[in-house]
Design a protein around this ligand. Structure first.
Ligand code: NAP
Length: 468
């Protein structure tokens, strides 16, 4: 039996060790998941809903402990972690309400005589893979609809953040989820555990959230057995500010869209396109807010913590250096922790929140998912050209439009190749709405009534009532 270590990204200190699941253990988990599925699928939807509602309550009752676990293993601010716990818990309540609403369909066939009756069935044992940036919400956004639909799940959390997932699994057990229905495999060897699961014929579903690169590899692996897949992959969100935008609202929106989780969100604003008429004013106001951000240990109340580890920080710093070499200018930045405030911190894991101005429209930083607290601003004059640039990305997850004229905002929004558009808002995540992307940002949707459909399969019964 081996364990692996979990570290606090702010200090690099080991905070816990967890059991390191092997491929053999993962394979055995499928037996329990399949046995639990046979029972859980037959549990009345109302009862499944009650269990999910109890999980919602239990998560909120345990909110402070969960917040502290997230802060410790992920490094996000206390405010961001607290908001994540509430958001994550809400998926249990939303899907408690959806569990009793999985309607089918009935229609007479156009040729007459035959009736088409359509019912929905749980897809079966589902493998869930989640990233480290929202260790609670990415798990509940999958677990809740899966359980609501009657599926059982095998969850592999990111190796950086297994503690939140393990805590949520305990809460689910207390809420009444039967043994075997939710099993977590924390592991340092993702590919062997997941391969063991995906090789098993009884596993019918993969729901993955993570990078587009790993998503492509898993899609190829799922093709071997034609496993049903849902993919929530990378983003590169444009954030558009038109000449008539309310600039105060745009700056508020930019702060949330860029600096939530230190910029480590798939929905994070990655490229700012600001109209030339308001660019100077927007940059000055956004820059002032950035300079006020406190960077340091989130456990001590800093607004911006470290990024997930020193290697990620180095990659972000390389992107800044590359942009500057291409002609961009560091117009504003916050101060890094120094003096007493830096004592005990892993300085290498911190990146100063930075506003880059004069960014050339073809700079590499506009093509890469930055995943850090850096805001590159491009000035535009021609709306069509700006929209073409905003759409010039292989991924289309979220995007943001700030415009004074709502009609213009909606027109721009509809032309953006993105699964989600924040109109005069810097946040789009909502358990009641379909979250997901177009192009290589993914396949399928999580949240809303769409989310539960990902865990069901329609069955069509062709019934001839005319020949009796
Ligand atoms: P990642 O490297 O793709 O990892 C995501 C998960 O996949 C982790 O649990 C990881 O395990 C696992 N994994 C890695 N290689 C694997 C393999 N060969 N087989 C099976 N599983 C494997 O992504 P990340 O760095 O954790 O997260 C950041 C990315 O997630 C960003 O691109 C972000 O945009 C995306 N994201 C998307 C959404 C969305 O809803 N669209 C939401 C949040 C994040 P280990 O930790 O053990 O490597």
């Amino acid at each position: 039996m081996t364990d692996f270590q979990v570290r606090n990204p702010a200090t690099a200190a080991v905070i816990d060790t967890v059991h390191d699941h092997t491929a053999a253990e993962a394979a055995a988990q499928v037996d329990a998941a399949q046995a639990a599925f046979e029972d859980w699928r037959a549990v009345a939807p109302r009862r499944r809903a009650e269990v999910l509602m109890a999980a919602h309550r239990a998560m909120l009752d345990d909110a402070e402990r969960l917040r502290d676990i997230i802060v410790a293993e992920n490094g996000k601010s206390q405010a961001d972690a607290a908001a994540e716990v509430t958001y994550a818990a809400e998926f249990f309540r939303w899907y408690a309400e959806e569990a009793v609403r999985t309607p089918g369909d009935y229609a007479p066939a156009p040729a007459g005589g035959v009736r088409n009756v359509v019912t929905r069935h749980p897809v079966g044992v589902a493998v869930l893979i989640t990233p480290w940036n929202f260790p609670a919400a990415m798990a509940t956004r999958k677990i809740a609809p899966a359980l609501a639909a009657g599926c059982t799940v095998l969850l592999k959390p990111a190796s950086e953040t297994p503690l939140t997932a393990l805590a949520i699994a305990e809460i689910l057990t207390q809420a009444g989820v039967p043994e075997g229905a939710v099993q977590v495999a924390a592991t340092s060897s993702a590919s062997s555990v997941v391969s063991a699961w995906l090789a098993d014929e009884r596993v019918r579903k993969l729901s993955f959230t993570g990078s587009t690169g790993i998503g492509r590899r898993l899609l190829a692996q799922c093709a071997e057995r034609v496993v049903n897949t849902s993919m929530e992959l990378g983003g590169n969100a444009p954030f558009i500010v038109t000449a008539d935008a309310d600039l105060e609202a745009a700056v508020d929106g930019a702060m949330v869209a860029k600096f939530r989780n230190s910029g480590q969100a798939c929905t994070a604003a990655n490229r700012f396109y600001v109209h030339a008429d308001v660019a100077e004013e927007f940059i000055a106001a956004f820059g002032r807010r950035i300079e006020q951000l406190t960077v340091g240990d989130p456990a001590a109340g800093a607004a911006i913590g470290p990024v997930i580890h020193a290697k990620a920080a180095a990659a972000i710093r390389d992107l800044i250096d590359g942009a500057v070499a291409a002609g961009a200018r560091i117009a504003h930045h916050a101060a890094l922790p120094a003096g007493e405030g830096a004592a005990g911190l892993d300085q290498e894991a911190f990146v100063a929140p930075t506003l880059l101005a004069d960014v050339p429209a073809d700079a590499d930083i506009l093509r890469e998912e930055i995943f850090g607290p850096v805001a590159p601003v491009v000035v535009y004059t021609d709306q069509d050209e700006m929209i073409a640039r905003a759409n010039d990305s292989e991924v289309g997850l979220s995007s943001y439009v700030f415009a004074g004229n709502l009609q213009r905002a909606m027109q721009i929004g509809e032309r953006l190749e993105a699964g989600m558009v924040g109109i005069n808002r810097g946040i789009v995540s909502d358990p009641s709405a379909p979250f997901g992307g177009v192009k290589q940002a993914g396949i399928g949707r999580e949240g809303g009534s769409f989310g539960i459909e990902e865990f069901t399969e329609p069955q069509y019964l062709s019934v001839d009532w005319s020949t009796v």
